[in-house]
Design a protein around this ligand. Structure first.
Ligand code: ZN
Length: 488
């Protein structure tokens, strides 16, 4: 854990303040540290200790020890089931595939990337075979499990199928409605220094602990937490899109407050002090970004604060106007620029296509056609070129197959937790409108954060909400917000 935390600190440094000429040294430092950490992860001594503990009835009866053992076993198996030759080939192919992808995207030349994508898929098939496909499951399950332990394609399909069936018509209704939120806010300009000041005031108030964390600037916003007392987030500033930085900071702060709420001080290095899955991590960021940061009550509180921080720029702006602007739904080409509603359709498309390619049902050469057809069907959007179509994301070139669904799972978990917590905090809207976030954060600490990796995501969801993950809360939340806003 200490070795990995050193890598995390170096990784943060690389994205924020490292001089570009230090890149080669940094690569060597990171590779040396990861080799040391890997040696320990796969050491035969660890295997012996694990076996001894697994045979100990007292440990099995202790829920915390049992959870730790379950996760250390999983980590050990994941680290040892892949032969070294495959790990090496995977690293080499994905690093060259990433170069090929960058080049192909720039020149809008899918054909030059296709052979690399073939190889990435081949290696992922080999990886799935080494991990082992669960009984009754499919190879994709083995890959998904790496990012979202305990989740299967069948469960994802069940949630996604129902989501897609109601989201696509909702988006079509919005596109057909005569109502359009006022876009005047997009024309305002706010200097970066003023935006930074507002971000800090808001993040401090919602509960991010700056004595144990930082907010810096990087090209792509992220949150990294090396260990207890150290959670680092980044954002970026653009004068013309002044709300983007705040919304993205709220997202990262959701990740950051989850990290700060994990029981790291007592249990650093133990799985129970770690996030349980990417989907749960994302549920925390999406909740603060969307359910809180794009809500009307939030802007009743935050707008006067923004006015006070920005000078006269926001004179005449109302909370309703900001609320409408931040909830603009506009089907578009790009996942990372998508709004809260259309975003999920971008993800479901990727989930279906990557599964099809992995299992051989969709030949790689047919990917662009399948992509464009699905964009037309689900979003009513014509894709003009592959650069803005199937070549837009880095994930597949990095070798990551099975990662995409965690984003929408995060949205679904967020909505289901949100529904449960609103039932228990009936006064929440009024609290948020007064800038009081203590009860909300306290609920998340108590129900989600403090458990860390003790429960797998599906079990955590059942414990908190009394039922398995369902598409209904997310649909109810989106429809409840967007139908009135668009007069549908
Ligand atoms: Zn995130």
């Amino acid at each position: 854990a200490v070795l990995s935390s050193a890598s995390a600190t170096l990784g943060w440094d690389q994205e924020t303040v490292m001089p570009p000429a230090a890149a080669a040294l940094r690569a060597e430092q990171l590779s040396a540290l990861s080799a040391l950490a890997h040696e320990r992860r796969v050491s035969p001594r660890l295997a012996e200790l694990l076996e001894a503990c697994e045979g100990d009835a007292a440990l099995a009866a202790d829920p915390v020890a049992a959870a730790n053992l379950r996760e250390i076993r999983r980590d050990y198996d994941l680290a040892t089931r892949l032969p070294t030759s495959l790990v090496r080939e995977f690293a080499e192919v994905s690093s060259r595939a990433m170069e090929a992808w960058k080049d192909a995207r720039e020149r809008d030349d899918f054909a030059s990337f296709a052979p690399w994508l073939e190889r990435v898929l081949e290696l992922n098939r080999a990886k799935a075979e080494c991990y082992g496909v669960p009984a009754g499951g499919e190879p994709y399950d083995a890959l998904l499990d790496e990012y979202e332990p305990g989740m299967t394609s069948a469960q994802v399909q069940r949630v996604f199928g129902a989501l897609r069936a109601r989201l696509a018509p909702l988006i079509a209704d919005i596109a057909a409605s005569a109502t359009r939120p006022d876009a005047r806010l997009a024309t305002l300009r706010v200097p970066a220094a003023a935006q930074e000041k507002l971000n800090r005031r808001i993040l401090e108030t919602i509960g991010f602990d700056f004595r144990a964390g930082r907010l810096d600037v990087s090209t792509h916003p992220f949150c990294e937490s090396p260990g207890p007392g150290d959670t680092r987030m980044t954002t970026r500033y653009s004068e013309e899109a002044f709300l983007d930085s705040l919304v993205s900071s709220l997202h990262e702060a959701g990740h950051g407050m989850y990290e700060q709420g994990l029981p790291k001080a007592e249990a650093f290095g133990q799985p129970i002090a770690q996030a349980t899955s990417l989907g749960i991590h994302e549920s925390q960021s999406r909740m603060w970004e969307n359910m809180v940061g794009r809500s009307r009550p939030f802007w009743e509180w935050a707008l006067p604060l923004a006015r006070d921080t920005f000078g006269g720029v926001l004179d005449g702006t109302t909370a309703d106007e900001v609320f409408g602007f931040l909830n603009t739904v506009e089907p578009g080409l790009t996942r990372v620029e998508a709004d809260e509603a259309t975003y999920n359709l971008h993800i479901m498309l990727r989930f279906d296509l990557e599964r099809g390619m992995l299992h051989g049902d969709l030949p790689v050469r047919d990917l662009p056609g399948a992509w464009n057809e699905r964009m037309r069907q689900d979003l009513g959007v014509e894709v003009p070129d592959d650069r803005r179509g199937c070549l837009q994301d880095i994930h597949w070139s990095m070798g990551a197959v099975g990662y995409f669904p965690t984003y929408t799972l995060g949205n679904a978990y967020a909505a289901q937790f949100w529904e449960a917590l609103r039932a228990q905090l009936p006064d929440l809207d009024a609290q948020v409108a007064r800038g009081e976030f203590g009860a909300l954060l306290g609920w998340l600490r108590e129900n989600v954060h403090r458990h860390g990796g003790r429960y797998r995501a599906p079990e955590l969801c059942e414990r908190i909400t009394g039922r398995p993950l369902s598409p209904e809360p997310l649909l109810a939340y989106l429809e409840g917000k967007l139908r009135p806003l668009y007069g549908i």
